[in-house]
Design a protein around this ligand. Structure first.
Ligand SMILES: O=C(O)c1ccccc1NCC(=O)[C@H](O)[C@H](O)COP(=O)(O)O
Length: 266
């Protein structure tokens, strides 16, 4: 009999709780909050997505990630500022930058360097389990935080969303299944992301977005996340009324990520 596959999301969240303790010891919350005044002004994240879509283009959140649990090392030559600049030239609406070190080889400094290299708003792509990280995201210059419904109990999810709004940021509320979607729809607002990747098993199916769409009010903006690799994938989503995309690997494996973005979405 095969041994059960370990649940990577639980492994990440367990390590994230340890990391959070370390970060709190290093920089207590009061000290972190005192840095908020020095943070770079927020760039409208949802506003940038909507502007692209209103102009008849797709809204593209272009991701900067060096490695991932499912793929291992994705990009050997990794220079976030030049990737960010290329994405801006290639027509991205926004950036997503992985800051988790242990599982994605990310870094807070990558977010800061990428944001400084262009005028695009930036999502801090990490695993939020506590409001401390929402404050932290803003002090780093993030314009949007990722809130993964599977990682947060209802109360904490609502608190982190409210705090992100209080700090002027947007929040991408990520779901994978119908139960998580129902929890996300009970929140007062937030940009809705449907992850096609099951974060526990890595199975990635574009049908996941298409299947969940019928449960979502037509006026609500949906971002389809993960597994978008071809113009046919983009066309399939757009035909179903999904005009916002979060794409990582397809760009990160290309010699010129920004050129690949333009080729996928022109
Ligand atoms: O990508 C993984 O292996 C992964 C594993 C566990 C938690 C999260 C994970 N990825 C985060 C993402 O969902 C993607 O980085 C993002 O949606 C872009 O996906 P892709 O275009 O397929 O790189």
């Amino acid at each position: 009999m095969n041994a059960p596959r370990p649940d990577i999301l639980q492994t990440i969240l367990k390590r994230k709780a340890e990391e959070l303790d370390e970060r709190r010891r290093h920089t207590p919350l009061a000290e972190l909050r005192a840095r908020l005044d020095e943070a770079s002004p927020v760039r409208p994240f949802v506003g940038a997505l909507e502007a692209s879509i209103a102009a008849g283009r797709a809204g593209v959140i272009a991701e900067i990630k060096r490695a991932s649990p499912s793929q291992g090392l994705i990009r050997k030559h990794f220079d976030p500022p030049s990737i960010a600049h290329g994405y801006a030239v290639g027509g991205a609406s926004c950036l997503s930058v992985l800051t988790d070190r242990d599982f994605f080889q990310g870094d807070d400094a990558y977010l800061q360097a990428a944001r400084a290299a262009c005028g695009l708003p930036v999502l801090r792509k990490d695993f939020v389990i506590d409001p401390y990280q929402v404050y932290e995201a803003r002090t780093l210059g993030a314009d949007c935080v990722l809130l993964i419904v599977a990682a947060l109990a209802d109360g904490m999810l609502a608190d982190c969303l409210a705090l992100s709004r209080e700090l002027g940021m947007d929040a991408l509320i990520e779901v994978h299944d119908a139960a998580e979607l129902a929890r996300a729809l009970a929140l007062p607002d937030g940009l809705l992301g449907i992850n096609n990747r099951n974060l526990r098993t890595f199975e990635t199916r574009l049908e996941n977005t298409l299947d969940l769409l019928e449960r979502i009010p037509a006026a609500r903006r949906v971002v389809t996340e993960s597994g978008i690799h071809s113009r046919a994938d983009v066309a399939r989503m757009r035909a179903a009324g999904v005009h916002a995309f979060l794409v990582g690997e397809a760009f990160m494996r290309a010699d010129e990520p920004g050129t690949q973005l333009a080729a996928l979405f022109d």
